[in-house]
Design a protein around this ligand. Structure first.
Ligand SMILES: Nc1ncnc2c1ncn2[C@@H]1O[C@H](COP(=O)(O)OP(=O)(O)O)[C@@H](O)[C@H]1O
Ligand SMILES: [Mg+2]
Length: 283
């Protein structure tokens, strides 16, 4: 569905945000994960035809992001990072404005807006000034926009950044209701794990790994993460990956020696990032 080839973006200040990025995404919900500054927003802007790459190629559903941009703009919807609604307008007004701008008639826009808002759980708040809504509900307005747009490809850039845990769950529920192909960026590992069929880890403008969660966890199969001992050190915390039996042995040895406290945890996407060399502390 999305394919990039040696995609490079060098900003006018000389920063290379994307560095010959090769990426293929073909799942219904794909996720681009990486720490702040990894190049996620730059990538989404190029894919959604808002920014031109310096070199390389990017295709969406077979359409080139530069040559076929007019065609693509009709079939994609992009919700930018940290977008905020206008306080005095209601969710319904937001959606109707957006949909008429996309070319739907007023009547169609009202119709699609109401259906989407109900589907996403904002049915009772359609006409409430957005000032009076919670953070999660505010963000859901934009997910409702994407749903109502009937776009084939939807980009959500950091859709839950800054939200409290409950609001985040609500927005996740809304994202799951989206139709079409969804590409979201996040620096939250739980978000990628919870929502995405395919995860691309990017760092310094390059794709380090792409796969389903299971595929990414494959090298760590049969291992647990132990904290308190090991070669990898993150913020002073020592980590290593061992089998459960090895973990038991290490724990018993350490209690005999009256030594360090060792804790055992199941492996997760965070461990894939750690082993890819992404220093998540800088996030
Ligand atoms: N408009 C811009 N001009 C110059 N540098 C930029 C611009 N936008 C982003 N950058 C730089 O490009 C790099 C990637 O940024 P970005 O794509 O926003 O990453 P992410 O979304 O993963 O946090 C960062 O070093 C950032 O400072
Ligand atoms: Mg960003």
């Amino acid at each position: 569905m999305i394919e990039t080839e040696k995609l490079t973006k060098i900003y006018s200040n000389g920063i290379k945000a994307l560095n010959e990025l090769d990426l293929t995404l073909n799942s219904r919900i794909s996720c681009i994960i990486g720490r702040n500054g990894a190049g996620k927003t730059t990538l989404v802007k190029i894919l959604s035809t808002q920014l031109r790459q310096t070199s390389g190629k990017a295709m969406i559903l077979g359409y080139d992001v530069i040559n076929d941009r007019h065609k693509l703009r009709k079939i994609i919807c992009s919700i930018p990072q940290e977008v905020k609604p206008a306080g005095i307008s209601s969710p319904l007004e937001h959606l109707v404005m957006y949909l008429t701008a996309r070319g739907f008639s007023i009547k169609e826009s009202f119709n699609l807006a109401e259906i989407a808002l109900k589907e996403i759980g904002l049915g009772d708040f359609m006409e409430t000034p957005t000032d009076e809504l919670s953070g999660g509900m505010k963000r859901k307005i934009f997910v409702a926009m994407a749903l109502a747009s009937q776009a084939e490809v939807i980009f959500l850039d950091e859709p839950t950044v800054g939200l409290d845990p409950i609001s985040r769950l609500e927005v996740w529920g809304a994202i799951r209701q989206l139709k079409g192909n969804v590409i979201l960026t996040t620096h939250y590992m739980e978000e990628a794990q919870a929502l995405c069929d395919q995860i691309a880890i990017i760092d310094k403008g390059k794709a380090l790994k792409i796969g389903s969660l299971n595929e990414l966890l494959e090298p760590l199969k049969g291992k647990v993460r132990i904290e308190g001992i090991g070669e990898i050190s993150i913020g002073g915390l020592k980590i290593s990956y061992v089998t459960p039996d090895e973990a038991k042995e290490l724990i018993s040895k350490s209690s005999i020696n009256g030594g360090v406290k060792i804790s055992v945890k199941p492996v997760s996407l965070e461990d894939v990032l750690i082993l890819s060399g992404v220093n998540i502390e800088e996030s």
